[in-house]
Ligand binder design. Structure first.
Ligand SMILES: [Zn+2]
Length: 236
């Protein structure tokens, strides 16, 4: 008999199914469809199982990230000169100078920010607007490119929205809209393509079943590498 339960780990709810088996230790598995299953030695109390799952929370999250597009918590930024910020996978050093007008330029390894107000909040806003502007153009270009292949597989043509999100690189809605995290503009272009293609596949195959992974492989034969690259990039 299989039972269901869930635990909280930080802000994350971890639902899981469990069953009892003749074994000495408790085993936890995370599957490509993101479900978590537990095999527990007979007689283990549900409370003890919950404790074990909670203890493995970090590992479960990591395993989820292998399959899904979770974004780890980003370090706090200070928006002062000398700090580095990324764009399309490259690092740029921030250089904030006071001036009569606001402008952001990305060149020779630097983000040159001229601002009438050099408070971190104002600098953050300028930089984010710059990112948003570039994200809109580049995401649209990448989507057009990635969609060419997807269209042949009868994936419906999506609308695109760019939004700040805290926990995911991207997602899609039932209404056929792909949402991409503004943060994704910091990742290399092939990682952006992976997130877009992953979401395009969800427009046809909602869940991470075998058909989903098969379609993804067809559209992006090296998707495992890209997934790995994205996860490595996110840990920096
Ligand atoms: Zn997915």
């Amino acid at each position: 008999m299989e039972l269901s339960d869930s635990v909280r780990w930080g802000n994350t709810k971890i639902p899981y199914r469990y069953r009892y088996a003749k074994r000495k230790t408790l085993g936890i598995s995370v599957h490509p469809d993101l479900t978590v299953t537990v095999k527990a030695p007979e007689g283990t109390s549900p409370e003890a199982i919950r404790d074990k799952v909670r203890q493995r929370g970090s590992w479960i999250r990591k395993a989820w990230r292998e399959f899904e597009l979770y974004l780890p918590k980003q370090p706090a930024r200070r928006y002062v000169s000398g700090e580095t910020h990324r764009y399309l996978g490259r690092q740029y050093r921030l250089k904030v100078v006071g001036g009569k007008e606001n402008s952001v330029k990305c060149l020779r390894g630097h983000f040159w920010i001229t601002t009438t107000n050099s408070s971190p909040k104002a600098v953050q806003e300028l930089l984010e607007n710059w990112y948003r502007e570039h994200a809109r153009a580049i995401f649209k270009e990448r989507l057009t490119e990635c969609y060419q292949l997807a269209a042949r597989e009868k994936v419906p043509e999506p609308m695109l929205r760019v939004q700040k999100m805290t926990s995911r690189w991207g997602s899609c809605s039932d209404k056929g809209r792909i949402l991409l995290n503004l943060e994704l503009i910091k990742a290399p272009k092939d990682c952006i393509d992976y997130v877009i293609t992953h979401e395009l596949c969800h427009l046809k195959e909602k869940h991470h079943g075998p058909r989903f992974w098969k379609l993804l492989e067809k559209l992006m034969p090296d998707y495992r590498e890209m997934r790995k690259k994205l996860n490595l990039f996110a840990d920096l």
